[in-house]
Design a protein around this ligand. Structure first.
Ligand code: SF4
Ligand code: SF4
Length: 293
């Protein structure tokens, strides 16, 4: 089973929910929990899970390399590149590797076979163990705009038997938790697509509601079932609750603003470690998701 944790806006407590859910589920020795931090621009789940990193590998995207001897400057490559990563002048082909998505279209369409591909490192991927939790995260290089390729590479680590059970039923023994980036752009789509369920974390503020509505629209398009966790539920107004009720969106868990939780957070200590009653709350959250699926 793949559960992604996302949020329309940053700072809602998305990683907090993902990390605490992972820790609560990992207490059950029968469960095999995998944690993928796909928030590659600012991965921070490791600050709470404190994994021992055992391997690291480069994440590259294939960018075009032009063979000037074969190129006749026909301009076909620039024509097919929807990302404007190639420009062709009278006697030069310019490749803007920072814009290239590594889609391979230019190589495929070059009539002179003048394009080969070379790897452009966009970041690194690290793997390790946090207790019994299998941990993977990616770090995008500073200034690198292209998050989806490294997210795709992280998602290749999803344990295949974590998706379907013996009779092709979704199993709740193998659980992959994905901490998605905030927002609703390409990196989020890449992170959450193929999930069996998405938890949307928000807060009861006008911004929280506005960005939740955007995230809900994305999930409707992707046809992924979803529910809401309301963090700092006792600040702000009740409009998120009203919106969920009106739209039949399950409100999975509400967490009040708590100074003790905030202080622990600032020290990298998860909620379930300082307040064991939350362990049960996160297990109940998981059980609700299993029922919904
Ligand atoms: S499509 Fe091939 S031959 Fe044409 S300009 Fe691009 S690299 Fe050169
Ligand atoms: S690989 Fe794709 S994105 Fe990159 S330059 Fe070629 S067509 Fe453009």
């Amino acid at each position: 089973m793949i559960i992604s944790v996302a949020s329309g806006k940053g700072g809602t407590g998305k990683t907090t929910i993902a990390v605490n859910l992972a820790l609560a589920l990992a207490k059950d020795k029968e469960k095999n929990v995998q944690f993928l931090d796909c928030d590659v621009e600012e991965p921070n789940a490791h600050l709470f899970l404190k994994p021992v990193i055992t391997s690291s590998e480069s994440a590259e995207i294939p960018v075009p390399k032009i063979d000037d001897k074969k190129c006749n400057y026909c301009g076909k490559c620039a024509e097919v590149c929807v990302f404007n990563a190639i420009a062709v002048t009278k006697n030069k082909v310019l490749v803007f590797s920072g814009l290239c998505h590594g889609c391979g279209a230019c190589t495929l369409f070059c009539p002179e076979k003048a394009i080969s591909e070379e790897g452009n490192e966009v970041g690194v991927l690290e793997e390790g163990k946090a207790g019994s939790i299998n941990f993977t995260h990616g770090r995008l290089n500073i200034g690198e705009p292209m998050a989806p390729p490294i997210i795709r590479k992280i998602k290749k680590k999803i344990k295949k038997d974590g998706i379907k059970g013996e009779n092709n039923d979704i199993t709740n023994r193998h659980i992959t938790l994905i901490d998605a980036p905030p927002g609703t752009s390409c990196p989020v789509i890449e992170s959450i697509k193929d999930s069996d369920y998405t938890i949307l974390v928000t807060e009861p503020t006008p911004f929280g509601l506005h960005d939740l509505i955007l995230a809900v629209e994305v999930l409707k398009k992707l046809k992924i079932p979803y529910g809401v966790v309301l963090n700092k539920c006792d600040i702000g107004d009740h409009k998120v609750e009203e919106y969920c009720k009106k739209n039949d969106i399950p409100l999975l868990l509400s967490i009040p603003l708590d100074r003790e939780i905030a202080v622990a957070y600032s020290k990298g200590i998860p909620i379930v470690k300082i307040n064991p009653s939350y362990e049960q709350k996160f297990i109940q959250l998981f059980q609700k998701i299993v029922q919904i699926i």
